[in-house]
Design a protein around this ligand. Sequence first.
Ligand SMILES: CC(=O)N[C@@H](Cc1ccccc1Cl)C(=O)N1CCC[C@]12C=C[C@@H]1CC[C@@H](C(=O)N3CC[C@@H]4C=C[C@H]5CC[C@H](C(=O)O)N5C(=O)[C@H]43)N1C2=O
Length: 112
Amino acid sequence: MSNELSLTSGRANVMVYDDVNKKWVPAGTTNGFAKVHIYHHVVNNTYRVVGRKLQDQEVVINCAILKGLKYNQATPTFHQWRDNKRVYGLSFSSVDDANSFANTMLRAIDNL
Ligand SMILES: CC(=O)N[C@@H](Cc1ccccc1Cl)C(=O)N1CCC[C@]12C=C[C@@H]1CC[C@@H](C(=O)N3CC[C@@H]4C=C[C@H]5CC[C@H](C(=O)O)N5C(=O)[C@H]43)N1C2=O
């Protein structure tokens, strides 16, 4: 990630929605908090969300932020969005982390 800048990072439990069973499941192998970044590849002007578990650095999310992404702040600490394959949910450890992440996410989307 040397050519990518971390614009923000927050602590969140990363989930994906299980459409079959209609419930949220942990994005990685186990539940638990991750450090979730928004990286900006300055040269390409692309952005992505990358999250690694605090405990063992497992990458639990690595998804592009595409033009027109609808970022839904369902609650002050639970934010979500879709891509063509799945629905992601971030359950933040604090409102401050959630706000900071959301502000950066919305700016990134605006900048695409
Ligand atoms: C039209 C659409 O896709 N709508 C999405 C939300 C959304 C809106 C706009 C842009 C993007 C998105 Cl992802 C939507 O409603 N989704 C996506 C899959 C699951 C869900 C569809 C139905 C359910 C109804 C309740 C809500 C939901 O899942 N919530 C609301 C916030 C709450 C917060 C935390 C998570 C953690 C565990 C808890 C639970 O599932 O028990 N939970 C929830 O219940 C979350 N739901 C959703 O978020």
